[in-house]
Design a binder for this molecule. Structure first.
Ligand code: HEC
Length: 249
């Protein structure tokens, strides 16, 4: 009989068998050491609480808006109106499952070499984002600074409508449900905000395809994504960014 079973009668825990060649001290598996387990658990909780909550707060809790000296503008500004609505459309359509919003430093990857930003992302960039859209995977390009690249709204809308019209073979899913077909009045030409669709994707004669409110909002949100302001922590890096050999991720 295993010696530990004597002390275990109250809890009826099956006693572990001793490893071959050694005996298991009975006290190790009895509840006599319950306090040690409790203290251990508390220590683990305290350590993870410190590492995940308190330490990041000490590091970043004091981050505030700053005024960029060169332009006199505050950064980062809160998103308002259309851009704020667009953030919800972005979330609702799961864009974050394929797109990140975090430009890594040259030491960690080739993001800068790929033209995804003029500097790496800093914690301050996310100050006004709730929730922060760091992204899950990177199937498509990083969008932290997409507003600086996609300045033509109609082109951006065309990409959302059907990415393959802009980037042949694109893996990005089309989002035609964010658009609608609108009937033209007799003699009325295609309106300025209508998509310029090539033959084959064009709507039937007498119709035009225009963005719904959600698509306009999404485009406004994407164009509001600009993380270019320079801070002391990124200034030197932005000046001399010798990108290392590109990596895939
Ligand atoms: C299944 C993955 C996937 C999803 C979901 C997805 N995309 Fe993309 N996206 C891509 C890929 C791949 C590319 C690169 C190919 C291309 O240019 O179309 C891309 C490119 C883009 C670009 C051009 C980026 C640049 O560098 O100029 C924009 C803007 C964009 N996506 C926005 C969105 C938005 C907004 C959504 C949500 C409505 C979305 N994407 C959802 C995969 C995805």
């Amino acid at each position: 009989m295993n010696p530990s079973s004597k002390t275990n009668t109250a809890t009826r825990t099956p006693a572990p068998t001793a490893a071959p060649g050694g005996t298991v001290p009975a006290s190790l598996f009895s509840m006599n050491r319950g306090w040690a387990l409790g203290v251990g658990l508390l220590l683990v909780l305290a350590a993870s609480g410190f590492a995940l909550v308190i330490w990041p707060h000490l590091q970043f809790g004091g981050e505030e808006m700053v005024t960029i000296e060169a332009t006199g503008q505050s950064y980062p500004l809160a998103r308002l109106g259309e851009a704020l609505q667009g953030q919800e459309v972005y979330r609702a359509n799961g864009c974050q499952y394929c797109h990140t919003q975090q430009v890594r430093s040259p030491a960690a990857g080739a993001d800068l070499a790929r033209g995804w930003g003029s500097r790496r992302t800093v914690a301050r960039d996310y100050l006004r984002d709730a929730p922060v859209m760091l992204g899950e995977l990177r199937l498509g390009p990083d969008l932290a600074n997409v507003g600086a690249r996609q300045t033509n709204t109609l082109n951006l809308l065309l990409r959302l409508y059907n990415p393959r019209l802009v980037a042949p073979g694109s893996l990005m899913p089309p989002h035609p449900f964010l658009f609608e077909q609108r009937k033209l009045r007799a003699g009325q030409g295609i309106s300025a905000e209508a998509l310029r669709l090539p033959a084959g994707s064009a709507p039937p004669a007498g119709y035009e395809v225009v963005a719904r409110t959600e698509a306009f909002a999404l485009a406004a949100y994407l164009q509001s994504l600009r993380a270019e302001a320079l801070f002391f922590e990124v200034y030197p890096a932005a000046q001399k960014t010798p990108p290392k050999a590109p990596r895939t991720q």
